[in-house]
Design a protein around this ligand. Structure first.
Ligand SMILES: [Zn+2]
Length: 329
């Protein structure tokens, strides 16, 4: 074998190892500006549109029963899932990238409201179905059967069980470590001063903006879009930013709101598993930059790829592929 295949469909020959712009791209979505792939993990705009649609469809509907076929997915024991029976769904919201389903009072044995906090991880999806799942469906993690015959399902693609849910009593969500440690929401954007404080750290912008403790809601897809919009290098350190660059970064957060506007137009009641994300640069290495025409370049890591415009973001420099240079050491 003369090359190796990367998870995202990019192939790489031995001869050009280490030089990101020479990667041959075989993306099936290369021609489209929308990327309908499960490899695109739900981030703030995707989770927000999901919870808006689910909330509109399910508010006021009563729960008949609930079960967790993915035993490891339910990470709480008290109150039990059975406490959901007889309760109405009060609303479905989002904290960072985590959906939260709120249940009103009315169940047996528990008086107060309950919240189901869900972490989709990379391959989890939360959807409503008209019929109940077969218990043999190995993707099912948590099933909430509704009195009108429908079912709210937490499913997960792939072989790994990483998605999880916790059933919590009223007020406990804010105490959960994953919630209590979150930075401010990335959209609507925090004010400029707050963002300036957040990014004033000697860390590369790319991992820092994906760190939910710094700012909540951004992942591997939208970080590329935000940095491209701001014309900033993914490897620039936050504490090295000039005030004018912090302003550009702040302005660039509008791409999250734009994505949400796009989804509001494009998505009807049912959010598809493969949500087409309106991305301009993420995983589009080898294609021309939509703004200046320069060939987009990429840096590959073990589990993700960072795409950027060398002309506008890194002062003409093509960055070394860090994953490969580590292998070749
Ligand atoms: Zn460009």
């Amino acid at each position: 074998m003369t090359g190796e295949s990367l998870a995202n469909g990019t192939s790489l020959t031995r001869r050009n190892r280490g030089f990101a712009p020479l990667l041959r791209v075989r993306s099936p979505c290369a021609a489209a500006r929308l990327v309908p792939t499960l490899q695109c993990v739900p981030e703030l705009p995707e989770v927000e549109i999901t919870t808006r649609r689910l909330g509109a469809s399910l508010e006021g509907i009563e729960v008949e029963s609930a079960l967790a076929p993915g035993m490891v997915a339910l990470r709480s024991v008290d109150p039990p899932l059975s406490a959901l029976a007889g309760r109405p769904i009060e609303g479905i919201g989002r904290i960072g990238k985590m959906p939260v389903v709120a249940f009103g009072p009315g169940g047996e044995g528990e008086d107060g409201r309950l919240d189901l906090l869900i972490h989709l991880m990379s391959a989890g999806r939360l959807q409503v179905y008209d019929k109940r799942a077969s218990l043999r469906d190995r993707r099912s993690r948590v099933l909430i059967r509704l009195a009108d015959g429908r079912e709210l399902r937490l499913r997960e693609f792939g072989t790994k069980q990483r998605a999880w849910a916790k059933l919590l009593r009223d007020g406990q969500v804010q105490d959960e470590e994953m919630v209590a440690t979150l930075g401010p929401e990335a959209w609507p954007a925090p004010d400029l001063e707050t963002l300036a404080r957040i990014v004033d750290q000697p860390r590369h912008l790319h991992p820092m903006l994906r760190d939910q403790r710094a700012i909540a809601g951004i992942g591997r897809s939208w970080v590329d879009e935000i940095l491209w919009e701001a014309r900033l290098s993914p490897f620039k350190r936050g504490s090295d930013l000039e005030p004018e660059e912090v302003e550009r970064l702040h302005d660039a957060l509008h791409v999250l709101g734009d994505a949400l506007d796009h989804y509001e137009e494009a998505i009807d009641e049912r959010v598809p598993d493969k949500l087409p994300m309106p991305l301009h640069v993420h995983k589009r290495q080898g294609e021309p930059c939509p703004r200046c025409g320069t060939t987009l370049a990429a840096v590959h890591f073990a589990e993700h790829v960072t795409t950027y415009c060398p002309d506008e973001q890194t002062g003409g420099r093509v960055l070394k592929d860090r994953r490969l240079s580590r292998l070749l050491k």
